[in-house]
Design a protein around this ligand. Structure first.
Ligand code: PMV
Length: 304
C-alpha cells in the first residue's frame, strides 16, 4: 500500500495578468490531497460503500491518469483511494493536487521512475485533456511546492506566511471569467493593458517584500492588487464582503485568489489576528480556514 500527498495553491499576486504573460506569484499551502494505492483484482476506486469501477465521467482526473499509466506499464489490478482537505472547485487547485498525488502514488507502485518534471508535465496533460485547457500553474506548484514565479515557473525561496482562506461557496468558471476579461481588454486595450502591467509590477515588488519578511507591505500590495482585480470585473459582492471583513479584523492584506467571480479570497495575517480574521469571515457569510504557505510539493507518505 502506498500513500502520496500533494498540496493545493493560492495566488499571492498576479492572477489574470499572467494570462497576458505578466508576472504572478503562486504558492503551495498546507492543505493537501492524499492518495493511497493498493493491489486489487481490477482497476478500482474506493467509494463510500466499498470499491467501485473508475468512471470517466465521475472521476475524469483519475481515469485519465490511469490511461496515461497504461502507456507506460501493465496496469491491471489497483485500487485508488482519495482523501483531500482542499475544497473542490474553488480555485485552490484541488484537482491538480489529486492528479499529482495519484501520479506519484502510481509511479511508486509500478516503479516507473518518473522525475518531478515528468510528473508536473503529465499532470498538466491530464488537466488539459479533462478541462479542455489548463494553465500549468496548479500542477507545477502542486508538484514542486513552495513559492513560484509565473509564467517563468521559477521557484523562489520558501517564506512562512499565515493565511486565512475565505470561501464564498459560489462556483465560478475560470474559463468564463478569463474570457470576460479578454473581452474587456479588447474593448479598452490601453486601459486594461496598463492595469495588467501594474498588476505585474505589484507581483515583482511583492517578491522583494516577501523575501525581506516585510509582510505589512506585502499586505498593502495585496490590497492594491485586489482593487485592480475589482476594476477588471472579477470581483463579486460576496468576495468583497469577505475581503473587507478580514481587513476590519486586522488582516495585513486580503484579495481574491484565482479567477474570482466566486471561489475564494485570502487574507495575510499575523499570528495574533488569525482566529479573529477567520471568525470575521464566517460572520460575513464565508467558510474560513487557517493555513500556512508550504515548501512541500508532492511526497510519499509511507509504504506498508
Ligand atoms: O481559479 P484558478 O485557481 O484556476 O486560477 C485562475 C488564474 C487565472 O490567472 C485567472 C487563469 C490562469 O490560467 O492563470
Amino acid at each position: 500500500m502506498i500513500t502520496c500527498s500533494a498540496p493545493g495553491k493560492i495566488f499571492l499576486f498576479g492572477e489574470h495578468a499572467v494570462v497576458y504573460g505578466k508576472t504572478a506569484i503562486a504558492c503551495a499551502i498546507d492543505l493537501r490531497a492524499h492518495v493511497t494505492v493498493e493491489e486489487a483484482g481490477s482497476i478500482q476506486m474506493k467509494g463510500p460503500g466499498g470499491n467501485i469501477d473508475i468512471n470517466p465521467r465521475k472521476h475524469p482526473y483519475i481515469y485519465t491518469v490511469v490511461e496515461k499509466f497504461k502507456n507506460l506499464t501493465d496496469v491491471s489490478g489497483v485500487c485508488i483511494d482519495i482523501r483531500s482537505d482542499i475544497p473542490v472547485g474553488s480555485g485552490l487547485g484541488s484537482s491538480a493536487a489529486v492528479t499529482i498525488a495519484t501520479i506519484k502514488a502510481l509511479d511508486i507502485f509500478y516503479g516507473t521512475n518518473l522525475s518531478l518534471d515528468d510528473i508536473a508535465q503529465m499532470g498538466h496533460q491530464v488537466e488539459s485533456e479533462v478541462q479542455g485547457r489548463a494553465s500549468p500553474t496548479d500542477t507545477f506548484v502542486s508538484t514542486f511546492g513552495g513559492m513560484v514565479q509565473i509564467p517563468d515557473r521559477k521557484k523562489l525561496g520558501y517564506y512562512d506566511m499565515l493565511i486565512v482562506i475565505g470561501n464564498t461557496g459560489k462556483f465560478s468558471s475560470t474559463r468564463k471569467i478569463v474570457s470576460n476579461v479578454a473581452a474587456l481588454k479588447e474593448r479598452h486595450p490601453s486601459v486594461i493593458g496598463q492595469i495588467m502591467d501594474t498588476i505585474s509590477a505589484i507581483s515583482e515588488t511583492g517578491i522583494e517584500y516577501i523575501q525581506t519578511g516585510d509582510f505589512h507591505t506585502v499586505g498593502e500590495l495585496m490590497n492594491i492588487n485586489q482593487g485592480l482585480l475589482d476594476s477588471i470585473g472579477v470581483g463579486s459582492k460576496e468576495l468583497s464582503e469577505l475581503v473587507y471583513a478580514s481587513r476590519k479584523a486586522g488582516a495585513l492584506g486580503s484579495k481574491i485568489t484565482g479567477a474570482g467571480g466566486g471561489g475564494c479570497m485570502i487574507a495575510l495575517c499575523e499570528h495574533k489576528n488569525l482566529s479573529r480574521v477567520a471568525h470575521s469571515i464566517k460572520r460575513a457569510g464565508g467558510d474560513s480556514f487557517i493555513c500556512r504557505t508550504s515548501n512541500s510539493g508532492v511526497r510519499a507518505e509511507g509504504k506498508s
